[in-house]
Write a protein that binds this ligand. Structure first.
Ligand SMILES: [Cu+2]
Length: 488
């Protein structure tokens, strides 16, 4: 199989070109969010965060900053499956971070990001010790009836242990650095946001929260913020968005207003908008990984047979937003069930031509320095109008394969026909449209093309829903009504 990770270093690797860099405040004045998985157990962060959680538990029920009230904000207002998913959660994290800082008297207190790509996606040791970071330490019952999630009854447990990380579980390959990098390469915000949400974000909630049997752990529900790891899980989602932004990609304007949803460090309700989040340094924080300047971009090339581009970098910048092109679309009426493959054939025009075209994209994830890169075009499957399982039956991961003649529930995810995985999380809000999921199918298509198996331009998208734990609820069913194949 081709390795898209192998890159050919460009000729004339260092190009002296000054680029427009995103607005940057001085790094010292910003709260610096660091990688949780690289901290030693005696890092000050653990003690500060534990103290903040303890203080929030001590606040009276009437204080909107209490641990439970902060979690209820999520159950009442969080948007999932919408295009302000990232913006809403960025506000949510930032106000929470300021509340923590206020309560412990450390205004520079910064959250940390749980980098699932590191250490097989394990949670560090202090989260299992006898202290406020351990979800079992409090054992808060959720017991809440939410307008969008219905009755939530979860308890303080997690499926992960000190030795089992999310990458060790079925569906866990969405957390590898290769997969995250693939998501960051979407220069289109909608595709980027949906892939980030549906795959590592949703799968993370489900794999952490779905335990052997009901009641599940908090992370599987709308009251997931009752688990201290929630905030650091979302911080990692936010970090990936910040890196995508720092590389020069554009988040479109979304006019949503969030009035009286969040409270500030003093506990006062605030009025904010989705667009307020686009410049994260204006919100007072940054990440270790977004600090580098856009001063020495290097051109890299990805994919078989690609040479690094020779024209001037400015031309690549101008063309970095590759046009999206629909190659094919199909409707489906078949309902999907656990352990059973659903196959949806889509006729895609000019598949081979598009599979071996190329375009540039922006990334800052190599050695921490922003780069312009060229790669072979990618083909994405967009699963549209998805009728979701009921909230009590959605403890599943859905693996996607392409043109696999022998697909069964035991086909492993390192099979060359495997494309990606998504889960359902929080897409039940009344009146909300049916969610969409974005799956990158380039790798299996390139494998098939190399084997000469793509002659008739037929892309057979196969869904394999799997119960997260065998003891979990197994009756989940859902329907993907439309599939679109696009070139990105
Ligand atoms: Cu979430």
């Amino acid at each position: 199989m081709l390795s898209r990770r192998k890159f050919i270093a460009a000729s004339g690797a260092t190009l002296a070109l000054s680029l427009v860099s995103p607005k940057k405040a001085s790094a010292q004045s910003l709260r610096l969010r660091r990688d949780l998985t690289k901290m030693t157990p005696d890092d000050r962060f653990f003690q500060q965060y534990a103290e903040a959680i303890a203080r929030m538990h001590q606040l009276p029920e009437s204080d909107p900053r209490s641990w439970r009230n902060q979690a209820i904000i999520h159950a009442n207002f969080c948007p999932h499956g919408t295009l302000d998913f990232l913006q809403w959660h960025r506000h949510y994290l930032t106000f929470f971070e300021q509340i923590c800082g206020q309560l412990i008297g450390e205004p520079n207190f910064a959250l940390a990001y749980w980098n699932w790509s590191n250490q097989q996606g394990r949670i560090p040791e202090p989260f299992f010790a006898d202290n406020p970071l351990n979800v079992e330490f409090w054992n808060d019952p959720s017991n809440y009836n939410s307008p969008s999630w219905g009755q939530i009854d979860t308890v303080g447990i997690r499926r992960l242990t000190e030795n089992i990380g999310v990458q060790n579980l079925r569906g866990g390959d969405v957390f590898t650095e290769d997969e995250i990098e693939q998501i960051r390469r979407n220069s289109n915000f909608n595709l980027f946001s949906r892939e980030l949400e549906g795959s590592p974000h949703n799968v993370g909630h489900v794999l952490v929260g779905v335990t052997r049997s009901s009641p599940f752990g908090h992370m599987a529900s709308g009251l997931s913020p009752l688990d201290p790891i929630f905030w650091l899980h979302h911080c990692n989602v936010d970090r990936i968005w910040a890196e995508w932004q720092a590389a020069g990609n554009t988040t479109p304007s979304i006019s949503n207003e969030y009035n009286q949803q969040f409270v500030n460090a003093e506990g006062d309700l605030v009025r904010v908008t989705a667009n307020d989040t686009r410049d994260f340094t204006a919100l007072g924080f940054t990440y270790e990984t977004t600090l580098s300047d856009l001063t020495s971009p290097v051109v890299l090339a990805f994919g078989a047979g690609l040479d690094a581009p020779t024209p001037f970098l400015s031309e690549f910048l101008a063309s970095a937003d590759v046009g999206l092109r629909e190659l094919g679309k199909a409707d489906n009426t078949e309902v999907s069930h656990i352990d059973t493959a659903t196959s949806i054939p889509v006729q895609a025009d000019n598949l081979l031509t598009n599979l071996f075209g190329s375009h540039t994209f922006r990334t800052n994830s190599f050695l921490g320095t922003p780069r312009i890169a060229v790669e072979g075009d990618r083909i994405l499957a967009i699963l549209k109008n998805v009728t979701t399982p009921s909230p009590t039956d959605d403890a599943i991961v859905v693996e996607i394969f392409v043109n696999c003649p022998y697909l069964s529930a035991t086909t492993p995810s390192d099979d060359p026909h495997y494309a990606g995985t998504f889960s359902f999380f929080g897409q039940h809000k009344p009146g909300m449209g049916k969610p969409e999921f974005v799956i990158d199918i380039t790798n299996p298509l390139r494998y098939l093309a190399e084997k000469g198996l793509l002659v008739d331009n037929l892309v057979n998208i196969q869904l394999m829903p799997l119960a997260v734990v065998p003891e979990g609820r197994k009756q989940a069913s859902f329907k993907v009504e439309t599939i679109e194949i696009i070139r990105a």
